[in-house]
Design a protein around this ligand. Structure first.
Ligand code: GLA
Length: 740
């Protein structure tokens, strides 16, 4: 069996091999200045006379001939703020009177906790640099990795911390990177939520002090997502289309923290990486710790421009690729039985649903929870990954064969990192879970978290998944994770080493996924954690899609999808059409509205289709077929959020344009018409002004007299009007424009 990390490395190396372009990077030896250019962005830092690595510039691309003088440290501010704490460093050690968030804090075996990192050497890498720093006296080395994306200008930064001392050193805090902006007025944007309520865009003025966004939960979390965008200006000035935006996202699916602070001199610093809360990683002599990657980008075209860059980067550089395709393929249209049957799955029942799904034109049939172990409800079975013989007396094969015969591929739900105390696995290995001996083991959804950091657990999880995929013709796994950590002990290790669990758990998760992908290259994965609890650029290196929320209410989803797309591409945003009235809000909506809401992302059906009327089947079939024709534009095109559904907006609208600017798709939704107000005219964006586009409705009508063919200039300057009858509650319309 391949070792976990080597599998991850091999897998990522293959993905990176597809990225041949280069971007200009340079080092000016006279001024000791490093410069990285990519897309519309320049990023510049230098070595100041003290030897610290100091940030010099991050923003719009500069002319090639523009030069920088050697970095000059900021002066001290009286006796209270030293030059060391005032100077924006690329990666500051906690020492020498540093009061802003440190990038690195360590404690040495002899009690010394002072760390001051100075430049030692550097090497040029593909599209970037590796810059080595070292403490002024101790043998602690930090290599900062910088890789600039030539197209988007997104910079990937991370650090490797190495202990070459003769004694162990404990890393108490390790960021992936620190970013800095000069004093000014800024608005911070970030994404917050809870189960069934993820992806709320939160905006606030950046003020003196620190805003911490984080997860202490052992995984990414619903509560906050590791993404930020800092827009120039106050909240009322922040726009979708205009203004400077600096944004970033952390690639880590364990506990994480991003601190955005305005320091004593009003500079803004953003520091992010492992969450230092309850952190401690002992580096024995010769050992290294590699941080997650913190990606940072810049756009001069508002929050919309920022998200379009990030979407492109995710599609081109993050999501799993095969070398043969430059972008991941649009997601199959899936059917998932969860909301229809919950745990009540059976061979006959699933086969009946599969027949209905095939008749709708579905590509992939996914059986959700309930098929394994003694899984009748959520009290038992997790950990026992054998097929339940009562429900599937002949194993999964008859169902899978049937699904294939119907022209679909087959997907299955798993929750590999969990165990119910009522399971054979737990009865056999009660020590395999995260716990502190002698303390209660707090349950969530009647389950405990397996300590995936342990090699036996890792091997067990890889082993059963490998067998499942080897024994069955499975195209897709929905990988779920339905609780957060508690009592995160790892009692097989000495007390001082137990906190390694925060790093090794997540590394093993990535390692298992990487190894499965290498061994079963045709299998695709979805990252689900009770909805959107594990969505980040770390897991997205191994997952083809995510489940944004267990909340499938089509109206709530409009705002959730709006929030989601600030950070993540619609390509990965799975959206199911489910039943009405919705189980969560008890809201009744038409099938047309539900379909259109889900068609904004990667479409799936999750309703009890056995109960649908012939009219509903016909409507869904027609809209699935219409969706397929424009899906690449919707999920991989440039997204413009024309009218936000946030803050109780009466209307909302989005538009996507494909890269060639030959096709565009518009969605328009009414929440609740008031005072007979007509839907606002939609001035479209991103089209080629000189190209002629033909308008055709997917659902709904344009206003009488709207031309069927007009120039991009017409659609962008004059705009598109909805039919005057487009009024009411929970109404939707969609249109496509195609180059003539
Ligand atoms: C989680 C997922 C759901 C479903 C259930 C099954 O809540 O988010 O989509 O798979 O688990 O138990």
């Amino acid at each position: 069996m391949l070792k976990a990390l080597s599998a991850a490395t091999l897998f990522l190396a293959a993905a990176l091999a597809a990225q041949a372009q280069t971007s200009p990077v340079s080092f000016d030896p006279a001024a000791t200045v490093f410069r990285l250019d990519g897309g519309g962005v320049s990023y510049v830092f230098g070595i100041n006379p003290r030897g610290e690595l100091q940030q010099l510039y991050w923003g719009g691309r500069l002319a090639a001939a523009d030069g920088f003088a050697q970095a000059a440290p900021l002066p001290e501010w009286a006796s209270f703020d030293s030059s060391y704490t005032n100077t924006p460093q690329e990666y500051a050690g906690w020492g020498a009177g540093l009061f802003v968030e440190p990038a690195l804090k360590v404690s040495f075996a002899d009690g010394n906790r002072d760390l001051v990192l100075h430049y030692r050497s550097h090497t040029a890498t593909a599209n970037g640099f590796d810059v080595v720093l070292k403490d002024i006296s101790r043998e602690i080395y930090v290599t900062l990795h910088y890789t600039m994306d030539p197209e988007s200008g997104i910079l990937a930064r991370s650090a490797t911390i190495q202990n070459r001392e003769a004694q162990p050193v404990t890393v108490e805090q390790a960021a992936a990177a620190a970013w800095a902006l000069p004093p000014g007025h800024y608005t911070l944007n970030y994404l917050t939520g809870r189960w069934a309520g993820e992806w709320n865009l939160t905006q606030e003025v950046i003020s003196p002090g620190a805003r911490v966004i984080e997860s202490r939960r052992g995984s990414t979390s619903h509560q906050a997502n590791p993404w930020f965008a800092i827009a120039a200006g106050r909240p009322e000035q922040v726009s979708e289309d205009h203004g400077e935006v600096w944004f970033g996202a952390l690639g880590w699916s364990g506990s994480w923290r991003i601190t955005v602070e305005q320091d004593q001199l009003d500079e803004v610093r953003v520091t992010g990486g492992f969450n230092p809360f309850d952190f401690g990683y002992v580096l024995h002599p010769g050992e290294s710790l590699e941080t997650p990657v913190f990606y940072g980008g810049y756009s001069a075209s508002g929050l919309g421009g920022a998200s379009r860059l990030l979407h492109r980067y995710e599609l081109d550089r993050i999501l799993p690729h095969t070398a043969a395709t430059s972008r991941p393929r649009p997601r199959p249209v899936i059917y998932n039985s969860w909301e229809a049957t919950e745990f009540n799955v059976s061979e006959a029942g699933q086969m009946a649903l599969a027949e209905k799904a095939a008749a709708l034109g579905i590509d992939r049939f996914v059986m959700d929870d309930g098929w394994f172990g003694e899984r009748k409800d959520d009290h038992a079975g997790l950990g026992d990954w054998y097929v339940n013989a009562e429900k599937f007396p002949h194993g999964l094969k008859p169902l899978i064969d049937k699904v294939h015969a119907l022209g679909m591929d087959f997907g299955l739900w798993v929750e590999p990192e969990m165990v119910n105390p009522d399971s054979d696995l737990y009865r056999k290995h009660p020590d395999w879970v995260l716990n502190f001996p002698g303390r209660p083991r707090s349950e969530g959804r009647n389950q405990l978290v397996l300590n995936l950091a342990r090699h036996e657990v890792r091997d067990y999880v890889f082993g059963f998944l490998d067998k499942l995929l080897s024994d069955n013709d499975i195209a897709f796994l929905k990988w779920d994770y339905n609780r957060n950590w508690s009592e995160p002990g790892w009692d097989q290790l000495p007390a001082a080493e137990q906190k390694r669990v925060y790093v090794e758990f997540t590394r093993n998760l990535y390692g298992i996924l990487a190894e499965l992908r290498l061994k079963h290259p045709k299998v695709e994965f979805e990252s689900c954690s009770g909805g959107g609890g594990r969505v980040d650029l770390g897991i997205l290196r191994y997952a083809d899609e995510v489940w944004p929320s267990d909340n499938t209410d089509p109206f709530d989803r409009l705002s959730q999808q709006d929030g989601f797309t600030y950070a993540y591409t619609p390509q990965i945003m799975m959206a199911w059409v489910t039943d009405s009235p919705h189980w969560l809000n008890r809201r009744a909506t038409s099938l047309s509205y539900r379909m259109l809401s889900s068609m904004q992302g990667s479409l799936g059906i999750g309703a009890n289709i056995a109960a649908w009327s012939p009219e509903e089947v016909a409507l869904a079939k027609r809209l699935i077929a219409a969706y397929r024709q424009v899906q690449p534009t919707i999920v991989q095109g440039d997204l413009y959020r024309l009218i936000s559904p946030r803050n109780g907006s009466e209307f909302s609208a989005t538009q996507t344009v494909n890269a060639e600017k030959t096709q565009s798709v518009v969605f328009a939704f009414i929440h609740s018409t008031q005072q007979g107000r007509l839907f606002p005219r939609l001035k479209l964006k991103g089209l080629d002004p000189a190209t002629e586009y033909a308008l055709s409705p997917i659902e709904g009508k344009p206003r009488a007299g709207t031309p069927t063919v007009a120039s991009g200039a017409w659609w962008m300057n004059h705009g598109l009007d909805m039919d005057d009858g487009f009024r009411g509650d929970f109404q939707g319309a969609a249109f496509r424009l195609d180059k003539r």
